[in-house]
Write a protein that binds this ligand. Structure first.
Ligand code: GLA
Length: 388
């Protein structure tokens, strides 16, 4: 856990003291419980915010430049206000720069500032470290520059920053969960209308366990964009008789009637996953509200299997973790979370069995893949906020 007081000390060591006190903001990471690869298809998702994330200490200055630094990553720099539009290679600072670009489009005028970031989300593990940087930046600058944008607008512009400036064509789920999350609640979100409901999470005798495959991030972005393109193709085929705007307009029955319109088996499988996954989310919410965790876990398992066989975004490491997890007594559900192709799994594990689970799954996974996994026992935390 990062201590804000320590971050302030690091900030003052780096930038020196002045009459203006630094303020500290926090944006969490997120884990998605069910509803994967549905957001950019106008479908349903069910993520929650985590109790770890990105902290940002920030102070206004009279300078005509902005200083960026992080306690985690080496790159740091002072960027003139006149030069904020230019991308810096593939450095982390592109996330804040993308956000500033969007704030400018909303009419805000950047002013001098000093920023120090510090995060405890593992990078590239599919727990939304990038959305967390985006939201903590947009939230803090909206405050500092006396903007009046509500959090939902910050969520939308942070997604745009990632799409347009960074070049990752993500949906809205991560930014929404990071911005709007609430302690002990998950967000049941309709990504088409942005209607949402905060659903209390009572896992009773079960613990949420996240495991990081620690597989090195490879072609995630290009494969992600390829899946998006395949879904668009499916919409095109399925629209031959009656136009649809996105896959989530079809329920399972309607899809079964129309699937003959898709000549390509791969595209058909992609569409099937999206439509079946929406259906699973819609079934998962009432069972969770009823306290039927066993059925909720079963739907998590089904979700993974569909991502494995129909959407094909899991891969050897994620599948190995899930297979090994499900072998342990007391595990009622286990699935990949996030974009896939590596990253993390999320499992529901009986509280008394967690130690055994971590030990056995850790050893077996390492034996099979040669990689050492990391385990997190997160709590469900709040969305983006100012803390000091
Ligand atoms: C990534 C993207 C999200 C979403 C998930 C898959 O996390 O950023 O928008 O598409 O993958 O569900």
């Amino acid at each position: 856990m990062i201590q804000p007081e320590i971050l302030i000390r690091q900030f003052l060591d780096l930038y020196g003291r002045s009459e203006v006190k630094p303020r500290v903001f926090f944006a969490p990471g997120r884990v998605n419980l069910i509803g994967e690869h549905t957001d950019y298809n106008g479908g349903y998702v069910f993520p929650c915010a985590l109790n770890f994330g990105t902290y940002l200490a920030i102070r206004e200055t009279d300078e005509d430049s902005i200083h960026f630094a992080s306690t985690n990553i080496k790159w740091r720099g002072k960027i003139p206000l006149s030069d904020l539009d230019e991308k810096r290679g593939s450095e982390w600072v592109n996330y804040p720069l993308g956000v500033i670009d969007q704030l400018k489009k909303k009419g805000m005028i950047p002013k001098g500032a000093e920023l120090l970031y510090s995060g405890d989300i593992p990078n590239g593990a599919g727990l939304s470290s990038s959305a967390s940087i985006e939201l903590v930046t947009s939230y803090a600058l909206n405050e500092l520059w006396r903007g009046v944008l509500p959090v939902l607008e910050l969520v939308k512009l942070s997604q745009k920053a990632e799409n347009e400036f960074v070049g990752m064509n993500c949906g809205i789920m991560d930014q929404f969960a990071v911005g709007m999350g609430e302690k002990n609640k998950a967000l049941f979100l309709n990504c088409e209308t942005l209607d949402y409901e905060k659903v209390p999470l009572f896992f009773k005798n079960y613990q949420l366990v996240i495991i990081n495959t620690n597989k090195r991030r490879g072609l995630t972005d290009s494969k992600y964009n390829e899946r998006r393109a395949q879904c668009e193709k499916a919409v095109e085929y399925l629209s031959a008789e009656k136009p649809i705007r996105n896959l989530s307009e079809l329920g399972l029955d309607e899809f079964k009637k129309r699937e003959y319109l898709i000549p390509d088996e791969t595209i058909k499988k992609r569409a099937k996953h999206v439509i079946a996954e929406n259906d699973r989310v819609l079934r998962a919410i009432p069972v969770l509200k009823d306290g039927n965790l066993i059925e909720f876990g079963r739907l998590m398992n089904e979700s993974h299997d569909s991502l494995r066989y129909d959407y094909e975004v899991t891969g050897f490491e994620l599948d190995t973790l899930v297979d090994e997890s499900r072998k342990i007594k007391g595990v009622i559900g286990s699935r990949m979370t996030g974009a896939g192709f590596g990253g993390c799994t999320v499992s529901l594990v009986e509280k008394g069995k967690v130690d055994d689970f971590c030990e056995t799954v850790g050893a077996n996974y390492e034996k099979i893949t040669g990689l050492k996994p990391d385990f997190y026992l997160p709590q469900v935390g709040d969305g983006t906020k100012e803390i000091i």
